[in-house]
Design a protein around this ligand. Sequence first.
Ligand code: PHE
Length: 451
Amino acid sequence: MKDRGSFGSKFGVILASAGSAVGLGNVWRFPTEVGNNGGAAFIIIYILCVVFVGVPVMVSEFVIGRHTHANTISAYSQLAPGTWWRLQGVSGVFVAFLILSYYIIISGWTFFYLTESAINSLSVSRDYSAYFNDFVSNPWEPVIYAAIVMLMVHVIIARGVQSGIEAFSKIFMPLLLVIIIVLVGCSFNMPGSSEGLRFLLQPDFSKVTPSVVLSAMGQAFFSLSLAMGCLCTYASYFGPDTKLVKTAVSVSVIDTCVAVLSGFIIFPAVFSVQGVEVNAGPGLVFITLPNVFIMAFHNVPVLGYIFSGLFYMLLLLAAVTSAMSLHESVTAYVHEVVHVSRRTASSIVSISCMLLGVTCSLSFGLWSDFTIFDMTIFDLFDFVASKILMPIGGLVICLFVGWYLDKKLVHDEITNQGTVPFRFFQSFIFLIRYVVPVAMTLIFVNELLFR
Ligand code: PHE
């Protein structure tokens, strides 16, 4: 494809890919997992998973994307014409579409909380559990907020790779990092914050069971945006001099730092006030934290106003930059295969994803009794995408790059045609041939049997 977009700078490449990785998963899931699963012990295991599983899979996706300069489905068709490997591309784009449809709904929630906090409505003492449930079960309000966020994502994607994705990542990501640092500073200064740090960091190896290790691996996978065609699609816009391993390592480091720092924001703040119930997941950021903001800052409400505003801004930025990559993964396919303009492709994706998103949103209210395999639509989408297709995708990508592709092609791609030395090539091949496939199979079996 000749007139495909491309990233204009290495900095842009790293920020856009890190934007995909840094998302809601970093802010609300990672800290809770750390707190519940042995503190620093979990962090150590998580880092090992990132190094030995996450980075090799990310490099593999980069190899596929950069070598073919095509959307994920075409990429597999080009590298393995007429074979079943193509299905991995199809699954990647499908999963991205599915995840975007519910991710955008949660992004809408964060946007609602941001606007509520901006008009100072989060400073009112009330039952935040009921407040949150009222909002998410409303048939149209969450959909409207989600549609506004989708519109932002749509506009960015329709502008193209360089003036859309790259330009916005260059503004949003540094802003996001600054907000994190400011919030960590605020949180550390709260009275009693050291309790929260202890909760987060005290290593407790007795809590580390095989299933904790597998959930660390699953979390690393989701957090690094792997197996969804997102990073493969971004890599298709990398230039010939982009260093794949260096980029993968930088993105993983940024993603892990943001996850750990989110814990440094949330737990010291939560532990600085007595008597709030610590929820996991969405409850933590939408029910626990509003209470924390009010109680911790009841003497100086203006600080609570700033803290909560910045926090929900952080969530929204993290969500939008991740949603951009999910959207791009699907848009690139529609644009290149259906042969419509990028704008039209982007509109098709935005509208159809929103329609699917409505069903996810309704599953918190009107349709909450409608279940399939005991799961609401929202839970089902999440289960199929992140618990089933994602580990299978990770497995297939590694088998494809480790066993199917010509080793010389992989080596040339990783070393930029031999110009960038890479001493660990054999270890890399060993990891993606044996270690990662075994890990992926275990995650998959664990999710299926013990969910
Ligand atoms: N990595 C994102 C997060 O941590 C989620 C995501 C998954 C984004 C897959 C894009 C692709 O929230």
